[in-house]
Design a binder for this molecule. Structure first.
Ligand SMILES: [Zn+2]
Length: 439
């Protein structure tokens, strides 16, 4: 008998403060039992269903692929979702050879669930992508009624810590989401989960993100007919990623459709679309540093210094809105921008910014800093290529020297400006060499 990741003892526990869907997860690769849970407001007690195994398929399929274990769930799974697990697995396996195709063992639901949801939810973080999806759907809904969003799902435990390292950040996000929802006359639905404590042991969140969000949606299939996940990339810039317009809809069931929304617009298009909204300019939150970095103060709404904050600030500057944005520094630190580690995935977005900057003195300075940042990206890519060639040559002609080569390669790979240095600088929030559009 092969190894298995087993989900059992699924139940709903209600209290005055919350309604909790929970399950025990055991796996050979896990060591101890893990109590996985999702918490919803207490009034959701009647719609959270412990007889449905769908959320656990979405949350654990990719982690189980990484560990190579059979995923066994002691609850019924939607026939549509069960069938789609093959396609999802094929996709991940071609993206990354570390994912192996595994068996999903669960009873298939014979009768469709009686209650169907009618609402339309959107995962909302006060970021550019989810704000765009909200406002774009809002403007569409004036022509087509079924396009309007009824609920902002505000998640704790995904990009904001839940548990020991919790801070006031989530409360601030929820407060701002309530403001946005009130402004539009729609609902806010706060949800918390400890799932990342489990999924992070197997895969980076860049691989688990789509299934993670879909899983929360699937807990709520008696509430929603559609749940939207806001896109980060356009159709023209797609890369293998956990949340993807091809994969996200595959997590759907007979009663709930998962939608990957907003691939038609670049990040800059989205910023331009949102730039005139005072509500957006007062509540915008783009920074993930509170989760990513142990050394970073988790209380900061936006650090104003990380790659994502800086990229957004340049976009706002181009849209003429940086000085109106109340949650980010109003000036761009050029040295910081020049030294930001952009990562290859962001090449297109950085090029988009460069192409859209104008010819004013401040625009030219920002443009040259972004170009410098891209050049260092080119240098890193070149170094990786050289290291790969070196490894090939040593393996082919001097295999005895491989341990020595590995030590040299490790030293060479570390020779770049690490993100941490930027984060340490960000602690002081010193904005030197500031430039605003008016400068
Ligand atoms: Zn930041």
């Amino acid at each position: 008998m092969g190894r298995a990741m087993l989900v059992s003892d699924i139940r709903v526990i209600s209290s005055e403060r919350s309604c909790q869907l929970q399950a025990h997860v055991t796996a050979g690769t896990l060591g101890t039992d893990f109590l996985l849970y999702y918490r919803f407001p207490p009034e959701y007690e009647h719609v959270i269903d412990a007889s449905i195994g769908d959320p656990f398929v979405a949350m654990l399929l990719v982690p189980a692929m990484r560990s190579g274990e059979t995923l066994e769930i002691h609850a019924e799974v939607s026939p549509k979702l069960m069938q789609a697990t093959a396609k999802i697995q094929q996709t991940f396996a071609t993206w990354n050879p570390e994912f192996s195709q595994i068996r999903v063992k669960a009873p298939v639901r014979q009768n469709p669930p009686e209650a169907h949801g009618s609402r339309r939810g959107l995962f909302f973080s006060c970021g550019i992508d989810s704000f765009y999806s909200l406002m774009r759907n809002e403007s569409r809904s004036q022509q087509e009624e079924d396009k309007s969003i009824s609920d902002l799902i505000v998640l704790r435990g995904f990009d904001i810590h839940y548990g020991r390292r919790d801070s006031g950040l989530y409360d601030r996000l929820l407060h701002n989401s309530l403001r946005v929802a009130d402004g539009l006359g729609i609902r806010t639905l706060p949800v918390a989960t400890n799932a990342r404590e489990l999924t992070d042991r197997y895969v980076h969140t860049s691989w688990s993100s789509g299934g993670f969000l879909a899983s929360v949606g699937l807990c709520l299939q008696k509430v929603f007919r559609e749940v939207l996940i806001a896109a980060s990339d356009t159709y023209g810039q797609l890369v293998p990623w956990g949340s993807h317009p091809y994969v996200d809809p595959l997590w759907s069931t007979e009663s709930l459709t998962i939608v990957h929304d907003g691939c038609e617009a670049t990040r800059l298009d989205k910023i331009r679309f949102l730039a005139d909204s005072p509500l957006v300019m007062e509540t915008l939150r783009v920074c993930f540093q509170s989760y990513a970095t142990l050394t970073h103060s988790p209380r900061l709404y936006n650090c104003g210094m990380c790659e994502k904050c800086m990229r957004t600030m340049v976009g706002l500057h181009i849209a003429g809105a940086l000085t109106r944005c109340r949650t980010l520094p109003r000036t761009i630190d050029i040295e910081l921008l020049r030294n930001t580690d952009r990562g290859e995935r962001l090449f297109h977005q950085t090029m988009d910014l460069i192409e859209n900057l104008g010819s004013s003195q401040s625009d030219l300075i920002i443009k040259s800093a972004l170009q410098d940042a891209l050049h260092s990206l080119g240098r890193r890519r070149m170094r990786r290529r050289m290291l790969r060639t070196g490894t090939y040559l040593v393996a082919r002609y001097a295999p005895g020297l491989m341990p020595l080569w590995r030590s040299i390669a490790r030293v060479l790979m570390r020779m770049h400006v690490p993100d941490r240095r930027l984060v340490e600088r960000s602690e002081g929030r010193q904005i030197k060499e500031g430039l605003s559009r008016d400068a």
